[in-house]
Write a protein that binds this ligand. Structure first.
Ligand code: IMP
Length: 199
């Protein structure tokens, strides 16, 4: 049985205002007050984990300990089985200092070469940690295939080359509401809400 969130205040363990705003929306009415790790001046821990879940948990635990409040963190990325799971937890790093995802997508395409296996999935791990060290972790996923050339100018990151299963528009072409209904992040939030925020 998962531990439920009873506290009124929750820290979102991110220094990225866009991510904090998105989490605020996704948490909806489940939490009375949300503060960000950035607002509290908490340091950003190094992401030394070897999985999405480990990285989410270490960020959530560091923020919960630092703030003395429950904290929520995420870690996400693109998994390509034909590349041995890459870019995986290194998805952001493949774009380099300039956060150039055109370059990151070109690298994925180059490394895939003529591989017939173009399957890919996005993963989002969410970790909810308490100051006593307890941590609940869920993982969301959306499956699809990689297309080339990239299509669409919406979304971010690897969206233009990701065609979700059963759809004819890439995440880069889809309306944001459509992406949000089926995304790895929505899947993870549904699971976390059921486990820790409802009932
Ligand atoms: P994080 O912010 O450390 O979790 O890094 C996530 C990285 O994974 C982003 O910089 C993107 O490269 C990639 N990523 C995660 N979610 C998505 C998505 O929904 N669309 C496209 N790229 C994504």
């Amino acid at each position: 049985m998962a531990r439920r969130l009873q506290e009124r205040r929750l820290v979102v363990a991110s220094h990225n205002p866009g991510k904090v705003a998105e989490m605020r929306d996704l948490l909806g009415g489940h939490v009375a007050e949300i503060v960000s790790a950035g607002d509290l001046g908490l340091p950003e821990p190094e992401e030394t984990g070897t999985s999405f879940a480990e990285n989410a948990a270490l960020k959530a635990r560091a923020a919960a300990k630092g703030a003395g409040l429950p904290a929520l963190a995420d870690d996400s990325g693109l998994v390509v089985p034909a590349l041995g799971g890459a870019p995986g937890i290194y998805s952001a790093r493949w774009a380099g200092e300039g956060r150039d995802f055109g370059r990151a997508m070109e690298r994925v395409q180059r490394e895939l070469g003529t591989s017939a296996d173009r399957r890919a999935w996005f993963v989002c791990a969410l970790a909810l940690a308490w100051p006593d060290g307890h941590c609940e972790i869920v993982e969301g996923r959306v499956d699809g295939v990689l297309v080339w050339p990239p299509r669409g100018t919406r979304g971010f990151g690897y969206d233009p080359m990701f065609l979700p299963a059963g759809r004819d528009q890439t995440f880069g072409e889809m309306a944001p509401e459509e992406k949000h209904a089926i995304s790895h992040r929505a899947d993870a939030f549904r699971k976390l809400t059921a486990a820790c925020f409802e009932g």
